[in-house]
Design a protein around this ligand. Structure first.
Ligand SMILES: N[C@@H](CCC(=O)N[C@@H](CS)C(=O)NCC(=O)O)C(=O)O
Length: 216
């Protein structure tokens, strides 16, 4: 199996963390987003949306990070990240869709304003967009914080795909915005859960810095 990714991409990171945690043997293939490799014909054949991650499994091509996570778990006998009991699975699915539809898109607004625009030469942040992004992030992280009160993990009593999905946009929020702008500062339950996530081996092995783009 091949997993096309970029180390700074939080969407890639949730798929890579899932593969590492499940010990699925995947070959990581770097797609150089900064050089625009995702828009080259060979990559567009894999994903016409010009985005990572993409999984290739013996001729089967899958894009969308949450779908990749589910596929990797479903391919792994005895795994516990993605429960098979119908309501427990629905609970995990609920948070995966919430992450893609709400949290990640809200964080995406801040990423674009604080980091991506500068990287691709579109100038500084637009204050109206920053406010819109911060208001949305504050609202959704508030929902997350209330949910995490008295819980160690997102769903049930164990680590699941939902934890790996949700933690990555929060990380990118930490990296892309100045500390005083971080809307997650006051959310103690989120901070506590984030600290727990940071102890996981899959987290540590995918942690990258600008100085160390290949991770540890
Ligand atoms: N909904 C997609 C989003 C993927 C996505 O936005 N990937 C970004 C990196 S995090 C990307 O490849 N951007 C390159 C581009 O837009 O050209 C998923 O969850 O996989």
């Amino acid at each position: 199996m091949r997993l096309y990714h970029h180390p700074y991409s939080d969407c890639s990171r949730r798929a890579v963390m899932t593969a590492l945690h499940l010990e699925v043997p995947v070959e990581l293939v770097l797609v150089d987003l900064q050089k625009g490799e995702q828009r080259q014909p060979h990559f567009l054949k894999l994903n016409p949306n010009h985005r990572v991650p993409v999984l290739e499994d013996d001729g089967f091509v899958l894009w969308e990070s949450h779908a990749i996570m589910q596929y990797l778990a479903d391919k792994t006998p005895g795994q516990t990240l993605y429960p098979t009991e119908i309501r427990a699975r629905a609970d995990v699915n609920r948070w995966l869709f919430w992450c893609g539809g709400h949290l990640a898109s809200a964080v995406g607004i801040l990423n674009r304003e604080h980091a991506i625009k500068r990287l691709i030469g579109l100038g500084g942040p637009d204050p109206a967009e920053v406010k819109r992004g911060e208001d949305l992030v504050r609202e959704f992280v508030g929902v997350l914080d209330a949910h995490l009160a008295g819980r160690d993990w997102m769903c049930g009593s164990a680590l699941s795909l939902a934890d790996f999905a949700i933690v990555t946009p929060l990380t990118s929020l930490l990296a892309a915005t100045a500390p005083e702008k971080l809307p997650i500062g006051p959310f103690a339950n989120v901070q506590r859960w984030l600290a727990r996530m940071q102890t996981l081996d899959a987290w540590k092995r995918t942690a990258v810095t600008l100085a160390n783009p290949n991770g540890s």
